[in-house]
Ligand binder design. Structure first.
Ligand SMILES: Cc1ncc(COP(=O)(O)O)c(C=O)c1O
Length: 400
């Protein structure tokens, strides 16, 4: 290797000089990964309970994923733009609609971009249905997170994220999560869409109840609003179902997905019914990189693996084991253990940040979801033995 790749101090010093300072990073640099482990430049090994923030569903150095990428590279086509026909995005779209309520897919490059598109699709749907020009309101929920771009940020009701960037998009109303009366009071004829995470991620791993989602569906139908499920974090097998909402019977009009879909390459997708897709015309929306052959070859591999019954059964089994083992921890600082599949939270009565730092010393990558919540969103290939190791370490570091 050449350059600074193995020199931790140099990497960190130059990061401070050249990278916009919007993240606080721990004092090591990751250089490779295998399975559920990543390695730093000084040879340290970490078991990864973060997976690049709920992204690396197949872990690191998955042979089938690597092979699919190499095969696509061999064709010479990384990217050609959406001006031309290519096969891989068609195959991924076919698989996506085959596994859920949707009829059509629009690809993009991130979760925020998927939610931006979903907002635009909802507005266009209202307009093409002949609704008054005032039908542009979006109802969102406390604790929701939908991304950092202006539209997605506008429906992410967290003051620390929003305040420095005001004014945001107009017409956003915030209801209480899992409180249908609160939503009923805000949804009306001017509502073009309701956006909700079936399991809130950044907000602290809070599942929506089946009754809440069903009642939102009814309210949307009553007022001609679209129901948008944001499955950017909870989708693609994370909860032990291909899509989190499939643990119940309520379906949306639009669903957004991103994070794990292409095994770590940037991707997003907006899935929708044909009624929504029919409201769109050429030129309404676009994206230069979206659906590129290289990214889609990865997505095809991820979907093939993750949608398999035995893979989803593994997620449910290891997730249940994780919940069961976390529940055996008896430290006074523990307030709650909750989650679905491999999207699990340990809520504390104190800040999670010092625990995360102690985790590094014990070879664990951990992440929070809010100040007091430790969030476990590992590669979906994690095994019970890794859970045992996690619990042994938590036993020690929670008591410090
Ligand atoms: C539910 C949800 N929606 C949207 C986003 C934004 O995704 P991205 O960071 O890819 O823009 C996130 C990211 O954490 C998320 O958890």
């Amino acid at each position: 290797m050449i350059g600074i790749e193995t020199d931790t101090a140099a990497i960190i010093a130059r990061e401070g000089q050249y990278i916009a300072q919007t993240y606080k990073r721990p004092p090591f640099a990751l250089v490779r990964g295998a399975g559920v482990h990543v390695y730093d430049a000084d040879g340290g090994r970490y078991t990864d309970w973060v997976a690049g923030i709920a992204v690396n569903a197949l872990g690191y150095a998955d042979p089938a994923l690597d092979e699919a990428l190499r095969a696509q590279l061999d064709t010479g086509l990384i990217h050609v733009s959406n001006l031309y026909h290519t096969a891989p995005h068609v195959l991924v779209a076919e698989k996506l609609v085959g596994g859920c309520f949707a009829d059509r897919v629009f690809f993009c490059n991130s979760g925020a971009e998927a939610n931006e598109g979903a907002i635009k699709f909802a507005r266009k749907f209202a307009r093409s249905a002949g609704a008054p020009a005032t039908k542009t309101d979006i109802v969102t929920f406390t604790g929701g997170f939908h991304g950092r771009t202006i539209g997605a940020l506008s429906v992410t009701p967290k003051a620390a994220y929003q305040a420095p960037f005001a004014p945001l998009m107009a017409g956003v109303k915030v209801a209480e999560f899992n409180d249908i009366e609160s939503a009923r009071a805000l949804i009306d004829g001017d509502t073009c869409a309701v956006i909700v995470e079936p399991v809130q991620g950044e907000g602290g791993i809070h599942p929506a109840t089946a009754e809440f989602l069903a009642a939102l569906r009814d309210l949307c139908d009553q007022y001609g609003a679209l129901l948008i499920f944001d499955e950017v974090q909870c989708g693609v097998g994370r909860t032990g179902h291909l899509w989190a909402h499939q643990s119940g019977t309520t379906t949306p009009d639009i669903m957004t997905t991103a994070k794990p879909l292409a095994g770590g390459l940037p991707v997003g997708a907006i899935l929708c019914t044909s009624a929504v897709a029919d409201a769109l015309a050429p030129g309404d929306h676009g994206s230069t990189f979206a659906g590129s052959p290289l990214v889609m070859s990865a997505a095809l591999t991820v979907l093939d693996r993750v949608a398999a019954d035995d893979f989803l059964a593994h997620v449910r089994a290891v997730g249940a084991y994780l919940l069961e083992r976390l529940a055996t921890l008896t430290h006074d600082c523990i307030v709650d253990v909750r989650g679905r599949g491999l999207m699990v939270a340990l809520e504390l009565n104190k800040p999670a940040a010092p625990i995360i730092e102690r985790g590094y010393e014990h070879g664990l990558l951990l992440v929070n979801a809010g100040a007091n919540v430790l969030r476990f969103v590992p590669p979906l290939i994690v095994e019970r033995a890794h859970v045992d190791q996690l619990i042994d370490t938590l036993q020690i570091i929670l008591g410090d």
